[in-house]
Design a protein around this ligand. Structure first.
Ligand SMILES: [Zn+2]
Ligand SMILES: [Zn+2]
Ligand SMILES: [Zn+2]
Length: 265
């Protein structure tokens, strides 16, 4: 399995429009962060996208992506789904299965209503097949696991402030971006990981996102073989955040991702 980080920035991206801070004006390409998203390539070539943010088209071109087998949605905030229309050329052969929580299936159906209504022939729209991972039990139950080809996909709930969102475990990989706390039941899904990807906004605390210290403390509980941080704002450069993690002397390799980073699992 291989993971490619398509984007690693927080909701406004980095550089932030109108900002002249050292990170936003950095010459280090690792400090330019598109909105957060990853592409996972399974051992049999399955192409699984987690979130489709506003830069999806540019990210897909950079990754030379020519097809998709599934889209896993963490939650329907704009920075995670507003690139969905751009999957259109990749859905000509067949509709794209889009997996999400019940709440987010409803939000996607509303936000992208044109994609689900009859239009004139030739009118271009993405062919999306929404799959509610909370069916049949509803949001009170654990979301149900699915498979994409040979890749087992296990969704797990996270709390993003007061909003319930989803993380995903695919084999030895777990991806948990926007969250401020992880329910105990979800922590049990996160044992024995080869790679844990956690959202870590900045050093200062935030009401709906883990800070860097909170993410590191969570990783110390879960003990993955490797930790990578994503959904990063403009407070710290890549080099500063890597140095901060190195200084902690963690028992596993840990540091920030950057756009275009690829890791083999
Ligand atoms: Zn976000
Ligand atoms: Zn800035
Ligand atoms: Zn969010």
């Amino acid at each position: 399995m291989r993971i490619r980080f398509l984007g690693t920035g927080t909701s406004h991206g980095v550089p932030v429009l109108g900002c002249g801070c050292p990170v936003c004006s950095s010459a280090d390409p690792r400090d330019a962060r598109y909105r957060s998203s990853v592409l996972v390539i399974g051992d049999s070539g399955e192409r699984i996208l987690i979130d489709a943010g506003p830069e999806f088209r540019l990210q897909a071109l950079a990754a030379r992506l020519s097809g998709l087998d599934a889209l896993l949605v963490t939650h329907a905030h704009a920075d995670h789904v507003h690139g969905i229309d751009d999957v259109r050329p990749l859905t000509r052969g067949r509709p794209l299965p889009v997996y999400a929580s019940g709440q987010d299936v409803a939000e996607l159906r509303h936000r992208f209503s044109y994609a689900f209504s009859a239009g004139q022939p030739g009118g271009g729209k993405p062919r999306l097949e929404l799959v509610d991972l909370d069916e049949p039990g509803g949001a009170g139950e654990s979301p149900r696991p699915v498979r994409v080809g040979t890749v087992p996909v296990r969704p797990f709930p996270l709390m993003h402030g007061e909003r319930r969102v989803l993380g995903y475990r695919l084999g030895g990989l777990a991806y948990a971006t926007d969250c401020s706390s992880v329910p105990e039941s979800s922590k049990r899904s996160l044992i024995g990981l080869d790679l844990l990807v956690l959202g870590a906004l900045r050093l200062r605390p935030h009401p709906t996102h883990l800070s860097v210290d909170e993410a590191l403390a969570l990783a110390l509980e879960l003990r993955p073989a490797r930790l990578v941080l994503t959904h990063i704002c403009h407070d710290l450069s890549h080099a500063e955040l890597q140095a901060y993690c190195d200084d902690k002397g963690l028992p596993f390799p840990a540091g920030p991702a950057y756009d275009g980073l690829e890791l083999e699992l």
